[in-house]
Design a protein around this ligand. Structure first.
Ligand code: PMP
Length: 437
């Protein structure tokens, strides 16, 4: 640790981050040099919030609804969420088990904070949303990655989970449909996962089921929550929100449903300590989003658009030499295996020659990601942005399909050109890479 590093408490130096936010300055730099970047890095739908939600937020502002609310969230919204739990998952839930948060994100850290003592273990999917891996070390808990397998369509088997459970396991994070892979577990898989959890874990071990992409499921399939399987509701925290379903990432509103009111009240107290409450006009807008008769059609239209883009882009990616790409079952991400491209352009060799401290910051696919951005002007994220522990030797990119089809096709054309540009990659490594990696 350097002198400067001692400024902060130890936990700050082990806290991870979300690279989706860190890539912004690189894009700005490339664009400031006169290039137009195709942005396939974004984790937010390229749609507007439904007009009836926007109008309700405006109306509430005009009514002067701008004061503190119940830190758990306003009752009409919690009632609407309880109703949604019944309709979508067949679960009977009291509004007192529901807590609103500023987004789907806060309850990820709060859950680990609330249930884990130092030394306790958190099992989480990898590749997975990076915040899952950020928190265990920050809290002195142990991160235990559950590696998703491409062969299993980016899900995992009950046997894999079984091997990771110990008597120190406190929280098991699941995320279907998944970020960054789009993987969706089948009902049979969820049943065998639930069986392992019931057999191996004490009743107080919590499953944190991140279902933020619950509506973005393709091919006519319906979302299935592990909480709806027998004996699981009392062990499961369901996380969801409005950022993805209603294209409302800037609204900062999400929620979790807890197994008991007592647990929900602990999270209410975390809210009191951290944020007090969510803006009331946003909560009223969210209530309308759940209750408005046109909501379902608005969401279905967005999902159909994602599915159409997915079909076109996965096909085009598979036509590139060195890339193989699975068909995601949900969310709005595509996660091609680029091992062949990394070999072809020399990214694996180049990575091997980097000093150890630089290797810790990147990966072969990370080198290709930066080359693709700086030299071919396409922004993506690499495998290591979605969990680093045990991810060595895995070479993937995440492409978001939350851009219109023309942009996506242009992005894939540029990616194909980059995959053939070994000379350009060598030049990038010899020059700019030193500065930007
Ligand atoms: N969970 C997952 C799996 C996500 O992908 C995201 C957003 N990218 C979140 C939670 C957080 O969502 P929000 O913006 O509502 O905090």
């Amino acid at each position: 640790m350097t002198e400067r590093a001692r400024l902060f408490a130890d936990r700050i130096y082990v806290f991870g981050t979300e690279n989706a936010f860190k890539v912004g300055p690189h894009i700005a730099r490339v664009e400031s040099e006169g290039n137009k970047v195709v942005r396939l890095n974004l984790g937010e739908p390229d749609f507007d919030i439904p007009p009836f939600v926007r109008d309700e937020v405006k109306r509430q502002l005009d009514l002067g609804n701008t004061h503190y609310t119940d830190p758990k969230g306003i009752l009409p919204l919690r009632k609407a969420i309880a109703k949604q739990m019944e309709e979508m998952r067949g679960l009977h839930v009291s509004p007192e088990q529901v807590v609103l948060f500023p987004g789907g994100k806060p309850s990820i850290g709060f859950t680990q904070e609330a249930y884990c003592n130092p030394g306790d273990e958190v099992i989480y999917p990898s590749p997975g949303f990076p915040i899952y891996e950020s928190f265990p070390a920050y809290l002195g808990a142990k991160p235990v990655p559950l590696h998703l397998s491409e062969k299993e369509n980016f899900t995992f088997t009950a046997q894999q989970l079984d091997k990771l459970i110990t008597d120190k396991t406190r929280v098991i994070i699941l995320n279907f449909p998944s970020n960054p892979t789009g993987g969706v577990a089948t009902k049979q898989q969820l049943e065998s996962i639930a069986d392992v959890i019931k057999k191996r874990c004490r009743p107080d071990v919590r499953v944190y089921s991140d279902e933020i992409y619950e509506y973005i499921v393709f091919d006519g399939n319906k979302h299935i929550s592990i909480a709806s399987l027998p004996g699981m509701q009392e062990r499961t925290i369901i996380n969801s929100g409005f950022s993805k379903t209603f294209a409302w990432t800037g609204g900062r509103i999400g929620y979790a449903v807890f197994p008991t009111e007592e647990e929900a009240n602990v999270f209410k107290n975390l809210n009191i300590n951290y944020f007090s409450c969510i803006p009331p006009f946003t909560q009223e807008g969210a209530r309308v989003a759940l209750e408005h008769p046109e909501s379902k059609a608005a969401v279905a239209k967005m999902v159909a658009t994602f599915q159409q883009r997915r079909d076109v882009i996965v096909k085009k990616l598979n036509e590139i030499d060195g890339i193989s790409c699975r068909m995601p079952g949900g969310a709005f991400y595509i996660f091609p295996n680029i091992a062949g491209v990394c070999r072809k352009v020399g990214a694996i060799d180049a990575f091997g020659k980097l000093p150890e401290d630089v290797q810790k910051r990147t990966s072969p696919s990370g080198l290709f990601q930066m080359f693709l951005l700086y030299r071919h002007h396409v922004a993506t994220l690499d495998r290591s942005s979605f969990g680093r522990i045990g991810a060595e030797g895995q070479h993937y990119l995440r492409l978001s399909i939350a851009s219109e089809l023309g942009q996506l096709e242009e992005g894939v054309r540029r990616l194909a050109a980059a995959s053939e540009d070994r000379a350009g990659f060598d030049n990038f490594m010899a020059t700019l890479a030193r500065e930007v990696i």
